[in-house]
Design a protein around this ligand. Structure first.
Ligand code: MSP
Length: 635
């Protein structure tokens, strides 16, 4: 397999990292990790763009020099990477001396080849974008990004003959279908290229701006910041002689958002062509994250800090949300409700429950020992082909940056496994000694399914993936766990080993409710007659732990529980079967009415009652915030 080079834009150091930067970097990290799983040699680059007016202005506001300011903000971008679990191979800064040298050498080459000329120019200049605009690019005479009227500037400057390469570029884009993806952005670039392309002003006189790279052929000018910035993609690889350039440049995939497709889809390929270099492989363009329905902006106060979100919800949950929620190429909306909903439903409910259900059953029925599968039963019980279909759908989607689809394919398999448990009813097998082989086969199939899921989610949720793999008794040093072809091989969970009690993969997140003004309304159902403290003290509530549970015959509502009350074990019949399956409640700490007179329910003796809250038709067991010993009074 070829070597692959993945890049993010290099971010301006005029503001600290936000959600949008985090998304591109995570998407590129996910794509890189996926390629590694396919066995590719990869190089992943990110960094900071540190020259130009924007930085000078930001530094001035803080009364500091551009370099000191750039050092500070660049460090923030570097610090955020490990927090987001981004594994970059290099971090480039455009103020690095070796980058500066490469920019100057590319400028000299293009100049020597006759594609840079000096001319006087009058044009409309947006200081925010640091570039000249053509009339037709403006919206109501204003910069489309900044909403401000550009200034008319007359200057003598150096120009890059982009127009000369217009036909070549159109042809290149048309004959390389994957050059710009998704398709709508390719269409956008091609439609822009229907108009004559103007030459690009690539210098700024030092009388106006000194914070930049001096032109090698005129000391009175600095390089236009975009010409400087784009070159980072090759200077970081050690162009021209570095081995990395030779190895990785042919397999380059850039990741950017839609705001910077013109520099990447037009200037950059033409710069490469003019310098006599091979053109990059592909440009992957995504949409914008809005927050609470609006574009992120300081004035609205909705600029979302990825460090804060990660601290609140965990890095894997954040990465999962970003990759699952955004359709690559389209805009998406970030809200706290949306991330909480995804965590509670996809992660805690679907995946987390499946993981703990399977490993808890194995703990209960086989004391944690992996018994393996019965080859005779394999045909009927195997989940292998469902897993293979999930791997195929996942791979096809990942290849096309359709991260949301890849994850949907994995979750379809997770749902299929949850359904498999419901239809196989392992708890019924456990009650019948003649079905032990069936039971161990079902559990083994599920463990293999979980192993497959753990491997597939690795690029998006590396921590969770590792937790799952370890819990399944597989060694992390065995790289096979994260090699796509090896994930496919069925039967890797080692038979005979004993697994420990499963950890909770994703705790549910409490849904924050807006505090409503307190209004007294009548209780539903109506409150019972008032009692005194003395009346209440007659009820003896104790802590208990459910030791075992099984359905009560002929009842769809009742479960028969054996509850440890410290001094005694009690049998309690509880009306919770509609909400909980037996394996859900084993091990739970509950509150028991311990001095309730013995009663019979559906022919079964009940020696107490456990407390539960009603929620519509469900009953939800009450529990404790922390571990308690059975038999302690509850007051
Ligand atoms: N310095 C240039 C890039 C030079 S690359 C040779 C630049 N920097 S930037 O700090 O403005 O970063 C722009 C990039 O940040 C976008 O292309 C995208 O990757 C990311 N995002 C910034 N805001 C975003 C959203 N609201 N949503 C998604 N990504 C966004 O442009």
């Amino acid at each position: 397999m070829t070597s692959q080079f993945y890049t993010t834009p290099i971010y301006y150091v005029n503001a600290k990292p936000h959600l949008g930067h985090a998304y591109t970097s995570i998407a590129a990290d996910v794509a890189t990790r996926f390629k590694k799983m396919q066995g590719c040699d990869t190089f992943f680059l990110t960094g900071t763009d540190e020259h130009g007016d924007k930085i000078v202005q930001a530094a001035e506001k803080e009364n500091t020099s551009p370099k000191a300011y750039a050092d500070k903000i660049s460090q923030l971008f570097q610090d955020v990477l490990p927090l987001l679990n981004i594994e970059n191979d290099y971090f480039i800064r455009t103020t690095n001396p070796d980058h500066i040298q490469v920019v100057q050498s590319i400028l000299s080459t293009i100049h020597d080849r006759g594609d840079i000329y000096f001319s006087s120019y009058e044009g409309l200049y947006c200081y925010g974008c640091e570039r000249f605009y053509q009339d037709r690019e403006l919206v109501d005479g204003k910069c489309p990004d900044h909403g401000t009227e550009p200034a008319t500037i007359k200057e003598s400057n150096y120009f890059f003959k982009m127009s000369k390469y217009q036909d070549w570029l159109v042809n290149h884009i048309q004959s390389n279908p994957d050059f710009i993806r998704p398709k709508q952005y390719k269409t956008e670039i091609l439609s822009f290229l229907k108009q004559p392309l103007e030459d690009l002003c690539i210098s700024r006189p030092k009388t106006r701006l000194t914070w930049g790279i001096t032109l090698p052929f005129d000391q009175d000018y600095v390089t236009y910041v975009w010409f400087d910035a784009l070159v980072n993609y090759i200077s970081a690889l050690g162009y021209p002689d570095g081995q990395r350039f030779k190895t990785f440049w042919p397999g380059t995939r850039h990741f950017v958002a839609k705001d910077i497709i013109k520099p990447h889809g037009i200037y950059w390929p033409i710069m490469l062509k003019a310098a006599g270099l091979p053109i990059y492989n592909g440009l992957n363009v995504h949409g914008f994250w809005n927050v609470q329905g609006s574009k992120m902006s300081k004035s609205i106060g909705n600029v979302t800090d990825p460090v804060e979100v990660t601290a609140e919800f965990g890095v894997d949950a954040f990465r999962y949300f970003l990759m699952r929620e955004m359709v690559f190429g389209l805009d998406a909306n970030f809200t706290e409700d949306a991330i909480v909903a995804r965590i509670n439903s996809d992660l805690a409910n679907d995946l987390g429950n499946l993981f703990s259900r399977v490993l808890s059953m194995n703990m209960r029925y086989f004391k944690g020992q992996v018994k393996g599968t019965d080859p005779e039963l394999d045909g009927q019980l195997s989940l292998e082909s469902a897993a293979a279909s999930a791997i195929d759908a996942y791979t096809a989607a990942m290849e096309n940056c359709r991260f949301h689809q890849a994850l949907a394919a994995v979750w379809e398999f997770v749902s299929a496994m949850n359904k498999y448990i419901d239809t196989q009813e392992p708890w019924a097998m456990a009650k019948d000694e003649t079905r032990t082989r069936e039971l161990s086969s079902v559990l083994y199939q599920l463990m293999e399914g979980l192993r497959t899921v753990a491997g597939l989610i690795f690029p998006v949720m590396p921590q969770t993936s590792k937790k799952m793999v370890t819990a399944l008794g597989l060694s992390l040093t065995d790289k096979g766990g994260f090699c796509l072809e090896k994930i496919r091989a069925w039967g890797q969970v080692p038979c005979g080993i004993t697994l420990s009690k499963p950890c909770i993969l994703f705790p549910r997140v409490a849904v924050k409710k807006e505090a409503a003004a307190p209004v007294d309304r009548p209780f539903k159902p109506a409150l019972k007659e008032e009692i005194t403290l003395e009346d209440f003290s007659k009820i003896d509530l104790r802590t208990g732990r459910v030791l075992s549970a099984e359905p009560v015959k002929n009842s769809s509502k009742l479960l028969k529980l054996q509850v440890d009350l410290g001094a005694q074990t009690r049998q309690v019949i509880a009306g919770i079967a509609k909400t909980y399956s037996p394996e859900d409640v084993v091990g739970k700490e509950v509150i028991v009415v311990a001095n309730l007179k013995e009663a019979k329910l559906m022919g079964e003796v009940s020696q107490g009652m456990i407390l539960a809250a009603s929620r519509k038709k469900d009953l939800i067991l009450s529990g404790f915030d922390d571990a308690v010993l059975p038999g302690n009074p509850v007051k």
